[in-house]
Design a protein around this ligand. Structure first.
Ligand SMILES: NC(=O)c1ccc[n+]([C@@H]2O[C@H](COP(=O)([O-])OP(=O)(O)OC[C@H]3O[C@@H](n4cnc5c(N)ncnc54)[C@H](O)[C@@H]3O)[C@@H](O)[C@H]2O)c1
Length: 486
């Protein structure tokens, strides 16, 4: 059994991890960390400034001289040590994530904290087999670390995102400054403790907490940072890209989504609808790749609405440590208010509410709890079919034929993920190829950490996970002079 996390277990919450040591911020400024289940502060962190970023970048720059030329074996050894400590502290990590962002404890352990470990394992595997040098056509093509990197992460899958950046940066030979989300900073602090105990060389990994304008923007514009890898909203991602342009940084963005889920006419319909509802509501709807637009044949809209409403009723909302809880609170007042506003907009624009609605679920007057909500007869132009809601809110949209389904699916500024359900696998695969998204899942195929993850269009650029993630942290150098007359 996982015990709820006590913030007293994080003795360095108001410090930063720079050059292998816990240090005080240059100018103390505190921010309460709010437990979304109680709406009360559970601890406080320090918010950093551009000066703190300078210190961290200087440490990373010094460490780059040695870490960038470390051997594969030395890096793999560091991964092994990190994983040993991570596995030992897995329950602590799960409890910290549950406290900071509200995930039910079992999910916080078996999905959230687990994902961090799985990405580190997969990155180590990719590193073991990776080809850094290739000789061909009189050249040596060699892949080298891109340099000092800035990593900015969100609150919704906090360790998943941190591991997806820190892992490949380490494997590539980069040194780094991480800024976790200030909304959910406990897991990042715990992760820094893990790397410290694992003996990651000083300066290779640095953590500065802070908000977007104070620390995120200082990272984005810093002249001594060569690349910034950002996961978060499209709004903040574009600010980062603009600020990074002056120093011609490489910018890797993992941004928002509004992913379609096409249920083809020959799918096992009841199963597909139920799976779609579960996919949309998981993590209280706070996943960038959630299938939030369910596309069904027009003739089966009523059936889809009934099945989805029935499925929604099975999602017990409650406190993260509740025995029956499937959905915890959403992360913050800001998110709660945004979701409420968008549910109301769905009603106002004429979508048919078949489950949930505005207000808190019965019996949960405190905490950012949202009613699992399903709208039917949503048209593609409605706000709830276009905007990322980031809560447990499903929109069911009708299509007349498969061509129209594909057109509706692709009619979005986003392109992160897509889903296809169908009996004829060849047809489902053909539809998958026509969807403009970085990940397409057919018939609920099991997820794998080896799958490259990233967006088309305004969902971002670059790819994370495994070998593809590692590649994104490398520069390519051609050394001519390997020909027959060299
Ligand atoms: N594509 C993906 O892989 C992926 C994964 C998870 C989340 N997301 C997206 O993240 C969003 C939710 O996360 P969020 O609310 O934490 O996003 P957010 O953009 O508010 O914050 C993300 C991070 O960016 C920082 N930030 C905010 N403003 C900034 C600025 N001006 N300059 C630099 N940094 C800034 C924040 O402090 C935080 O660390 C959703 O849109 C979701 O789709 C995408």
């Amino acid at each position: 059994m996982i015990l709820p996390f006590h913030p007293g277990r994080l003795p360095h919450a108001t410090q930063f991890y720079i050059d292998g040591a816990w240090v005080e911020p240059l100018a103390p400024r505190l921010l309460d960390v709010i437990d979304p289940a109680t709406e009360a502060p559970c601890t406080a962190i320090a918010l950093g400034s551009a000066g703190d970023v300078d210190r961290a970048v200087a440490a990373a720059r010094r460490a780059f001289a040695t870490w960038s030329v470390s051997t594969r074996a030395e890096r793999l050894d560091v991964f092994e040590r990190i994983l040993t400590v991570y596995r030992r502290r897995m329950d602590d990590m799960a409890a910290a994530i549950s406290l900071e962002m509200g995930a039910p404890l079992p999910m916080a352990r078996d999905a959230q904290a687990w994902a961090g470990m799985a990405h580190l394992e997969e990155t180590a595997r990719a590193l073991r087999d990776f080809t850094f040098d290739q000789q061909a056509d009189g050249m040596m093509i060699t892949r080298e670390p891109v340099g000092v990197v800035g990593l900015i992460t969100p609150w919704n899958w906090p360790m998943n995102q941190i591991a997806c950046k820190v892992g490949p940066a380490l494997a590539a030979g980069c040194t780094m400054v991480l800024k976790p989300s200030e909304v959910a900073p406990l897991s990042g602090l715990l992760f820094a403790e893990i790397l410290d105990e694992a003996g990651v060389p000083p300066g290779v990994f640095n953590l500065v907490n802070g908000d977007g304008p104070g620390v995120g923007e200082a990272i984005a514009r810093h002249p001594d940072i060569e690349m910034v890898s950002f996961t978060g909203s499209t709004r903040a991602g574009t600010i980062v890209a603009r600020l990074a342009a002056d120093t011609v940084k490489r910018v890797h963005q993992e941004l928002g989504g509004k992913s379609p889920n096409i249920i083809l006419p020959d799918a096992d319909f009841a199963d597909a609808v139920r799976r779609g509802v579960a996919g949309c509501f998981g993590n209280s709807g706070q996943s960038c790749d959630a299938p939030t637009r369910m596309l069904v044949p027009a003739a089966r809209m009523d059936e889809a609405m009934a099945l989805a409403a029935q499925a929604a009723a099975g999602f017990v909302v409650g406190p993260p440590d509740g025995a029956d809880t499937r959905l915890g609170p959403v992360v913050s007042q800001v998110q709660f208010d945004k979701i409420q506003r968008l549910i109301q907009t769905g009603i106002d624009e004429g979508a048919v509410l078949v489950a949930g609605g505005t207000g808190r679920p019965e019996g949960l007057p405190v905490g950012y709890y949202v009613r699992p909500t399903v709208f039917g007869r949503v048209t593609p132009d409605m706000t709830i079919a276009r905007e990322e809601i980031f809560g447990p809110v499903l929109s069911i949209v009708a299509y007349d034929d498969v061509e129209q389904a594909i057109a509706i699916a692709n009619d979005t500024q986003y392109g992160l993920a897509a889903y296809v359900q169908g009996g004829d696998l060849a047809q489902a695969r053909a539809v998958a190829r026509r969807l403009r998204a970085g990940n397409v899942n057919i018939n609920g195929a099991p997820w794998t950490v080896a799958a490259p993850f990233g967006g088309y269009k305004q969902s971002g650029n670059g790819r994370e996970c495994g070998e593809y993630g590692l590649t994104d942290f490398l520069e390519i150098k051609a050394i001519l002079g390997y020909g027959p007359d060299a």
